[in-house]
Design a binder for this molecule. Structure first.
Ligand SMILES: Cc1cc2nc3c(=O)[nH]c(=O)nc-3n(C[C@H](O)[C@H](O)[C@H](O)COP(=O)(O)OP(=O)(O)OC[C@H]3O[C@@H](n4cnc5c(N)ncnc54)[C@H](O)[C@@H]3O)c2cc1C
Length: 291
């Protein structure tokens, strides 16, 4: 079993978490089963790790091991007409760009979301009023508690805004995604325009994108946070961005503590609740809550 040890802050895109964690790499399905067996024997929880772009690490030593799909089982895709079967370790935006090159488009609204396809499916990532599950025909994975297969089909439903039908104990391995035919040149141009737009509005500092989900009705989270005076609030190295009140950024780029990050999240939530009576729900994931 190939493993490495890393500080959480190096795995989390906002550099949150001072504790250390072991990462196990699965290079084929046999190794994956070996890791699952090992985790049962050692009573360790396995956490699938994508790009870490939505994860707040931990300051402590948790009974948890991160699981990463190595290149040969995590990456690659096959095309069957407009349906593309993709391995879940693929980076979402790079996948969309390469599919555009093969004349497959239609998912441009999701272009620029950082991280892997697996991470996007786990949180039903989305942008511009669309989310990934709108385009998904089928998903396959493995239950990490017993190594048995897990499957989802379009007709099963169960997804909504930033809510995924994928149970927390499933490692996603493959998804079938429905594209539509496009002109490669025009789609590439569109994707590059979207990337430029996102770059212009993005923070130059490490972050996890939006901290909170938008409430079902009324003002979006960013507006509620701004009205409640959250911009500029800070805790440790983490600061509420002056660009967008729903972003927590780390201008120092130093590793910060997960507890500082959490305190800032709670401060923001409290301010909004006091100001507008709305209790925001976070979009970012805390590994401390997964054990
Ligand atoms: C600058 C910036 C902008 C962002 N913009 C957006 C946006 O526009 N829209 C949006 O929705 N999000 C956005 N995000 C958040 C983030 O990019 C998405 O949530 C992304 O889909 C997370 O993917 P990841 O691979 O990094 O997942 P990770 O952060 O590694 O993991 C997130 C969760 O997914 C699970 N997971 C990862 N891989 C798998 C797998 N193979 N099987 C099962 N579970 C898995 C993890 O266990 C964890 O619970 C942004 C983040 C940043 C930093």
């Amino acid at each position: 079993m190939k493993t490495a040890t890393e500080t959480w802050g190096r795995l989390s895109a906002v550099r949150a978490g001072k504790g250390r964690v072991t990462i196990a790499f699965a290079e084929d399905s046999e190794q994956l089963q070996e890791i699952i067996h090992w985790s049962k024997v050692h009573q360790a929880i396995l956490l699938p790790l994508g790009g870490g772009t939505n994860l707040v690490g931990s300051d402590g030593e948790l009974p948890l091991v991160c699981l990463r799909l190595a290149e040969n089982i995590g990456h690659g895709f096959d095309r069957d007409g407009e349906i593309v079967k993709v391995r879940c370790g693929e980076m979402l935006s790079s996948l969309l760009y390469r599919c555009a090159g093969a004349g497959l488009g239609g998912l441009s609204s999701l272009f620029g979301i950082p991280g892997t396809l697996g991470g996007a499916l786990a949180g039903n990532a989305g942008a511009n009023g669309h989310s990934i599950f709108e385009y998904v025909v089928a998903v396959e994975g493995i239950r990490l508690n017993d190594g048995t297969p897990w499957k989802w089909r379009e007709a099963d439903g169960g997804w909504s805004y930033r809510h995924s039908p994928v149970p927390a104990d499933v490692l996603l391995t493959h998804a079938e995604v429905r594209f539509s035919q496009c002109d490669s040149q025009a789609e590439h141009l569109l994707l590059r325009e979207i990337a430029t737009r996102r770059r212009k509005s993005a923070s130059p500092f490490p972050s996890l994108g939006s901290t909170f989900k938008n409430p079902d009705q009324g003002d979006p989270a960013g507006r509620l946070l701004e009205s409640a005076g959250c911009k500029g609030l800070s805790c440790g190295v983490f600061v509420v961005s002056e660009h967008h009140a729903n972003w927590i950024v780390n201008p120092s780029k130093e590793i910060g503590s997960a507890s500082d990050y959490r305190q800032l999240v709670e401060k923001m939530r409290h301010r909004v609740e006091e100001h507008s009576g709305i209790r925001l729900v976070e979009e970012v994931r805390f590994v401390d809550d997964m054990v």
